[in-house]
Design a protein around this ligand. Structure first.
Ligand SMILES: *Cc1c(COP(=O)(O)O)cnc(C)c1O
Length: 344
């Protein structure tokens, strides 16, 4: 048996989700005539207390569209140095929007109002014009770390004072909300635009949502078309997202409990130096002998446990809806009996 912890993107739709997708009513979404996409967009906008939403092909696309709408060429984006928008989107900030980036350090992928304030450029012709602040919650590189909502409020107030839009890369926003206990509307009220992945912990096969004001989404729809993201009868895939939002949010807590269980087990392992304290569904393991990383990954794989390299001396495991409690117990058993061996 293979237990796949590489990412929460590996989930496959359940029979119920497939049935719902199969029966979706569809139309031409470029004409705005796909009823399922329209329903998903209205449902998600209302869920977050925003005016409108746009269904897109991926989280990279929603982030890149948001950046393109908010920032002019030569303008500057403030984000964490390990943020997805910078590190994992193929240089899209430069390529799609011709924008400059101010990368800032911060605890486990999170920024503070204090550090952002220092880097909002003054009105001086030498400097790029700061035009956007982007946060990531949960922070992937930070091991699924969740922002303190009080800090988000401070950052939002700072942005308002400087007339700066605030974007959220909320690929795993639902995981954050399951932990911080803040209502979706109150949380979303702090941001001008939100990107939310349907194809991660929520378990839909494809798609992300971009959420914001009517005016913002109108502009975003144009950018999506330019990027080749105007899809036609995409209601079939949007239905997976609609099903996920209605059925798979409450169960995220199980993924978090499962990740906690893995953490406990991993902390007993002789080869583990440290685990980034688990808050959500991501477990980042720092290993003692950093040379052994790829060997450990391949040895665990041979025992049916798939993990992924996550930078120097680090391995990532992610729990999701295709990983049961039974899978977790089995994995803990594998970990308990596993001692890395060097192969010569
Ligand atoms: C997965 C992810 C995205 C979007 O990735 P896609 O593969 O394009 O859907 C964006 N931000 C974060 C933090 C992510 O983990």
């Amino acid at each position: 048996m293979i237990i796949d912890f590489r990412s929460d993107t590996v989930t496959v739709p359940s029979p119920e989700m497939k049935e719902f997708m199969f029966n979706a009513k569809v139309g031409d979404d470029v004409f705005g005539e796909d009823p399922t996409i329209n329903e998903l967009q209205l449902f998600s906008a209302a869920y977050f207390g925003k005016e409108d939403a746009l269904f897109c092909s991926s989280g990279t696309q929603t982030n890149q569209i948001a950046i393109n709408v908010h920032v002019r060429p030569g303008g500057e984006i403030i984000c964490h140095e390990e943020s997805h928008i910078y590190k994992y989107e193929g240089g899209g900030i430069a390529k799609n929007s011709g924008a400059s980036v101010r990368l800032l350090p911060g605890d486990r992928g999170r920024l503070t109002a204090e550090i952002i304030a220092k880097w909002i450029n003054p009105d001086d012709i030498h400097f790029p014009v700061t035009e956007l602040v982007s946060l990531e919650d949960t922070a992937n590189r930070g091991g699924g770390a969740v922002y303190d909502f009080e800090e988000i409020k401070k950052i939002s107030a700072l942005c308002k004072a400087h007339h700066l839009p605030l974007h959220l890369d909320g690929a795993r926003l639902m995981n954050a909300l399951a932990v911080n206990g803040i209502s979706s509307k109150e949380y979303a009220s702090q941001f001008d635009s939100i990107s939310l992945c349907l194809s991660k912990g929520l378990g839909a096969p494809v798609g992300s949502l971009l959420i914001g004001t009517k005016d913002f989404i109108k502009k975003a729809r144009r950018v999506r078309k330019v990027l080749g993201g105007g899809m036609r009868q995409a209601g079939f895939i949007a239905a997976g997202g609609l099903y996920a939002l209605k059925n798979n949010v409450n169960r995220l807590k199980e993924d978090h409990e499962n990740a906690k269980k893995l953490e406990e087990s991993l902390l007993q392992c002789s080869w583990v130096k440290k685990i980034l304290p688990v808050q959500t569904n991501i477990v980042v393991i720092l290993i003692k002998n950093i040379e052994m990383r790829d060997e450990i990954i391949s040895q665990l794989k041979s025992k049916g446990v798939l993990t992924v390299a996550f930078g120097e001396g680090a391995i990532r495991m992610v729990t999701h809806l295709n990983i049961s409690r039974e899978n977790i117990l089995k994995t803990c058993e594998v970990l308990k009996n596993y001692i890395p061996s060097e192969r010569f």
